[in-house]
Design a protein around this ligand. Sequence first.
Ligand SMILES: Nc1nc2c(c(=O)[nH]1)N[C@H]1C(S)=C(S)[C@@H](COP(=O)(O)O)O[C@H]1N2
Ligand SMILES: [Mo]
Length: 211
Amino acid sequence: MSSREEVNRRRVLEAEMKRSGRLPPGQSATLDFPVLHYGGIPSFNEATWDLRVFGEVEQPMRWTWQAFLKLPTVKVTCDIHCVTRWSKFDTEWEGVLFRDFIKLFGVKPTAKYVIAHCDGSGSYTTNLELEAMLDDDVLLAYKYDGRFLEPEHGYPLRTLVPKRYFWKSAKWLRALEFSATDKPGFWEVNGYHNEGDPFKEERFSRRGFLF
Ligand SMILES: Nc1nc2c(c(=O)[nH]1)N[C@H]1C(S)=C(S)[C@@H](COP(=O)(O)O)O[C@H]1N2
Ligand SMILES: [Mo]
């Protein structure tokens, strides 16, 4: 496709999404899949990789990559919205539905927040209310567009929380912490909004931001 056609296609899509109420305020449609993260891309070593759940759970557990791949999956088609103002429409994901996943270990009634912990030197974390994670489109995702995630998009595993800005979708996921108290994550302590709903344009916290 020529770049002029591409520009046209993007404009048409954006207008259509705006008209149908799918473009959040202050966002633009993109046809690309931009890559954004802080720090380097951690390498995956299947021999040492695990996914852990801990905190306010009935039974702390861990899965190897092979064990995790045996869990039933679902497919989700959704729109994603980055706080840097791009939105990507009708993205297709496959992974374990979070609200099914938690039945495997049981969440204590005291758990109110879920903190995602990631691989890599930066030890990226991001926090969400447990309630928001129980939505029917929240995944522990490992496939995008029918294929395993690209390393830069979180291989082997990431969270997918489509109704929040995309910084809440943690790449290179290694653990989920269930907590009675909130623990603002990397961007949340650096000025991003604690909840991050794109349709309410919850970009920054009231404290202002450092960058
Ligand atoms: N582990 C980790 N996850 C992360 C980030 C990060 O720096 N580290 N950045 C977040 C941000 S700000 C965005 S916009 C999305 C980008 O995902 P993408 O690169 O697949 O588009 O990942 C989120 N998840
Ligand atoms: Mo982002």
